[in-house]
Design a protein around this ligand. Structure first.
Ligand code: GP9
Length: 416
């Protein structure tokens, strides 16, 4: 309806005003012309970061990188049924996934402002890397729409390390960076590479020779297998960083690493066994919904632990602003993580988190039956304290659904 269209226009003019303010932030344009590598790690959850098992760190390489990177400790995956494809959509298109199905599958030909299309028009060479069937999640089709110059898929890799579903992450990174360096030899333009890993995919069983952790009582359980596969994915990440340094790319590249979604291990008892203590409902909610986000800037600047809630939807505006590319004419729903801390992170379930509150919906999705927590104390409070933000979050999801299903970016742009 007309009223809905007006609402959508008003919503985005507010977002675009926020984008205009970001231009004044100290970090805007600080890394103009630098390369960007974004690594989306399969099923990488936040609860393993900094943790040990059997006296060994689960993610030693990630932990080490944190020292000169920005690490977002309360970073949420915001995915729905489209799982890995939703994470990709949130990250690269900065809109919410749909309540059912995957946008990649349902609306691959609608108009979107994607990180790859924007960077492409700024002279970047853009490529997506994923060593699996190119048609999975309809990537082959949507990546064309997202205007990637190239999509390297299973056919482009030598299968010299078979682990899990496909090529192991170590070889995947190695071949991907080799490709980038060869490509760069011929084409000196800055590049954006989006890499999707796969080894730490459900059901997580690694060959015995790659099971390096001593998982004790978790040995042989899915949780034990999960930790082994994350340990491997982390080692692969370590090798990626080494190779980038060796190739002389490290100082010229922004590297972002984040997890796409949870592991589908949903039993609270498994996490209690791992942590060796009982956990609250709020903590369980955070365990299942938080993934790590690490951002390494070329000079190691702005390093530290960032506590404000954030989500995958914020990645594209953050990266563009660091590169000095204005987003005031784009239709993006995320916020620049470095220019504003006043944001609300909305999950597809209708859960939200801001600096003061966390709302967790109930199974029946009736607002009153959900739980509202005061943050950072984590104490449950009167449900009505969450009402205004809850309404805003439901509105935000509705705007996103509307924009996607009615192909509104196209319409709104022609009205400008
Ligand atoms: C396959 C991979 C898996 O290409 O992205 O997706 P998932 O099953 O995790 O959604």
């Amino acid at each position: 309806s007309n009223e809905e269209l007006e609402e959508t226009i008003a919503y985005f003019s507010e977002k675009q005003e926020e984008a205009r303010k970001a231009i004044r932030a100290e970090t805007f344009g600080k890394y103009k012309g630098k390369n960007v590598i974004i690594v989306q790690v399969e099923a990488f959850m936040n609860f393993v970061i900094g943790k040990e098992i059997g006296g060994e760190e689960i993610t030693p390489h990630f932990n080490n990188l944190m020292k000169d990177s920005l690490y977002f400790e309360n970073f949420y995956h915001q995915t729905g049924q489209g799982r890995t494809s939703d994470a990709d959509f949130l990250t690269n298109i900065s809109l919410h996934p749909l309540p059912t199905g995957s946008v990649f599958v349902r609306y691959p030909d609608h108009e979107y402002d994607s990180l790859s299309s924007i960077l492409g028009s700024e002279g970047y060479h853009t490529a997506a890397f994923h060593a699996y069937e190119s048609s999975f999640w309809n990537r082959y089709t949507i990546y064309k729409n997202m205007k990637y110059d190239e999509f390297l898929n299973r056919n482009n890799y030598i299968m010299d390390e078979a682990v899990g579903w496909s090529l192991g992450d170590k070889s995947f990174f190695k071949q991907s960076v080799n490709y980038i360096t060869e490509e760069q030899g011929e084409n000196p333009a800055p590049f954006y590479s989006f890499m999707i890993t796969l080894t730490s995919h459900h059901p997580y069983v690694m060959p015995a020779s790659l099971q390096e952790l001593n998982t004790g009582s978790l040995d042989g359980t899915m949780m034990g297998d999960y930790l082994q596969s994350i340990h491997y994915a982390d080692a692969a990440l370590g090798e990626l960083v080494e190779q980038l340094k060796k190739e002389g790319l490290w100082e010229d590249t922004l590297l972002l690493v984040y997890g796409d979604h949870d592991s589908s291990i949903k039993e609270k008892a498994d996490y209690e066994t791992f942590l060796g203590r009982s956990i609250s409902d709020l903590e369980m909610h955070q365990i299942m919904n938080q993934v790590p986000l690490l951002m390494h800037l070329p000079d190691g600047n702005n390093a530290g632990v960032y506590l404000e809630p954030a989500g995958q939807i914020d990645i594209t505006p953050t990266v563009l602003h660091l590169l000095g590319i204005s987003t005031e004419e784009n239709y993006l729903m995320g916020s620049d993580l470095l220019s504003t801390s006043k944001r609300m992170t909305v999950l597809r379930t209708g859960a939200f988190a801001n600096s003061d509150l966390v709302y967790i919906p109930s199974e029946d999705h009736l607002f009153e039956n959900g739980s509202c927590y005061e943050m950072p104390a984590g104490e449950q409070t009167d449900i009505h304290a969450c009402k205004p933000s809850y309404e805003k979050s439901i509105f935000e999801l509705a705007i996103s659904d509307r924009l996607i299903t009615h192909n509104l970016i196209h319409k709104l742009r022609s009205k400008e």
